[in-house]
Design a binder for this molecule. Structure first.
Ligand code: BG6
Length: 504
């Protein structure tokens, strides 16, 4: 984030009455404004079906900001909300686009904005293509400034639908005008992966198959599907989390150092990782991937129902709510090092963590002094959320006369200090990056395409061969037994997502 520039732009939010706009977009725009990153020269147009007025829209914007605020509102909210306008909108009707164009032109004049327009699709994906082509056909993208299209997931349902959608978008917008959101790329500690790797000599030198035995990426949630049963039942954890967030984290962990920290250089390195992912055949899917679906159990200290009992979910659903897998990256740096990924709903704890396990030393000099004769592997743990920080597990000498070793932890907590309150949220960073035209933390089409190709094989294998054992993990657990066996086959185990204790 370049924090000195104050972009001048209009933002059109399609789906402005929806949940994403309310929970993430309005509060993020407010935070950018409050922290002085937005100039007075901006305007937001909410476009959606409901026949709201500007006043009703502004009330909703204000409410969402009050709800999300971590501190007392320190600016004149009414003044801020005067930058927000509402347009009742029918995405299939050319007239709506004409009205939008007129409104934008007027606002650009009023706020002295040089024709820069961001179109943010915060709605159901069925209309992404229609909106993009109408924007172009009706001349809404025909301005003196720049146009940028921000698009939320799901980006397609598989490779072919994603490719079709991409073609539709590309007819109206160039690749460098399309900003595909993966909100994990806006998270502070995901952005820190590069810094940890490329700004620390002690890590980058060891960051390869000579010194690392395996890497584990876990993103677990305690929530179930909530009110998203309809979407989730046709998506599942594989499409919802693995195709995007999990593979993006793996790419950042595994990529080569980019030549410069420019979007294209970084994306090229990530693309190379995705290309080097070992292809898995339909027959091999069960060897490399495990699926699960939650049954009833205890989550967040209360009894919860199983996935098949959730609202808008097929009572015989075969959709997975948990996936774990082993990814092999067949290149010089990573040959032989498994990257294990694991994600699921209704698990024991909300946590996203990366554990880098280093190889053991060639011999244990302390063997005859150790009761359990085991030396503990060195681990680098990157805490993405809710804790943000890093922990390095080393071995030290146990206090006293025995000469035994004991694990010691070097810990750095990123979100413990007073500044934590002011740390920008993922969406805040991404919206600001988009305004500045910095596409580094958005996904390029090539990344989306390669991720879908891997995911398609897995989903095809699973669709051809329905799971007979669902539900196969209890709510509040860490997923099905088969997920532990996946690592046990290789002589490893998952490190706990709570405090790591040695010897587990
Ligand atoms: C979204 C998924 O992309 O990520 C959700 O659609 C999931 O199902 C969410 O809950 C998790 O995001 P976070 O930031 O809470 O880890």
């Amino acid at each position: 984030m370049n924090t000195t520039e104050k972009p001048k732009t209009t933002i059109v939010i399609f789906g402005a009455t929806g949940d994403l706009a309310k929970r993430k977009l309005f509060p993020s725009i407010y935070n950018l404004y409050k922290s002085g990153k937005l100039s007075e020269e901006f305007a937001v147009v909410g476009a959606a079906r409901r026949p709201w007025s500007n006043d009703v829209f502004r009330e909703n914007v204000a409410d969402s900001i009050k709800e999300a605020a971590k501190e007392e509102i320190s600016i004149d909210l009414d003044e801020f909300c005067k930058h927000f306008y509402y347009l009742p909108f029918d995405v299939t009707n050319a007239e709506s686009y004409q009205e939008l164009n007129t409104l934008l032109t007027n606002l650009e004049e009023e706020f002295h904005i040089p024709g820069n327009r961001i179109f943010y699709m915060a709605m159901a994906p069925n209309f992404f293509g229609t909106i993009a082509s109408n924007l172009k056909a009706e001349g809404v993208t025909n301005t003196n400034g720049w146009n940028r299209l921000v698009i939320e997931k799901p980006f397609g349902h598989n490779f072919s639908s994603a490719e079709k959608l991409n073609q539709e978008l590309r007819e109206a917008f160039a690749e460098d005008e399309i900003y595909r959101i993966d909100h994990y790329l806006g998270k502070e500690m995901v952005q820190n992966i590069e810094v940890i790797r490329f700004a620390n000599a002690i890590f980058e030198r060891l960051w390869n198959n000579r010194f690392i035995s395996n890497i584990q990426v876990t993103s677990s949630e305690t929530l179930g599907v909530e009110d998203r049963g309809g979407y989730y039942d046709s998506s599942g954890a594989l499409r919802d989390m693995v195709q995007n967030h999990m593979l993006q984290m793996v790419a950042l962990l595994a990529m080569e150092p980019p030549i410069r920290l420019k979007p294209d250089d970084i994306r090229n390195e990530k693309i190379k990782v995705l290309r080097a992912l070992r292809p898995v055949s339909l027959e091999q899917v069960d060897e490399y991937f495990v699926r699960g679906q939650y049954g009833p159990g205890i989550a967040n200290n209360s009894e919860v129902i199983g996935y098949r009992e959730e609202k808008n979910v097929d009572p015989d659903s075969n959709t997975e709510t948990f996936v774990s897998g082993k990814l092999m990256i067949d290149n010089f740096r990573w040959a032989g090092v498994p990257f294990y990924i694991r994600t699921g709903k209704r698990m024991k704890q909300k946590s996203t963590k990366i554990v880098v396990q280093f190889k053991e030393l060639p011999m244990n000099l302390y063997e005859d002094k150790q009761k359990d004769s085991k030396m503990h592997p060195n681990l680098l743990v990157i805490h993405i959320q809710p804790d943000e920080g890093i922990t390095l597990f080393l071995n030290g000498k146990k206090l006293g006369l025995s000469g035994e070793t004991t694990p010691v932890q070097l810990e750095y907590c990123n979100n413990c200090g007073i500044d934590a309150l002011n740390t920008p949220e993922a969406y805040e960073r991404l919206i600001y990056d988009c305004m500045l035209g910095d596409a580094t933390n958005f996904t390029h089409w090539d990344e989306v395409a390669l991720s879908w190709k891997l995911v398609d094989t897995i989903s095809t294998a699973w669709e051809n061969n329905k799971a007979a054992d669902y539900p196969n993990y209890e709510s509040g657990s860490m997923g099905p037994k088969a997920s532990d066996e996946l690592l046990a086959k290789d002589g490893f185990h998952w490190w706990p997502i709570t405090d790591i204790e040695f010897g587990v």
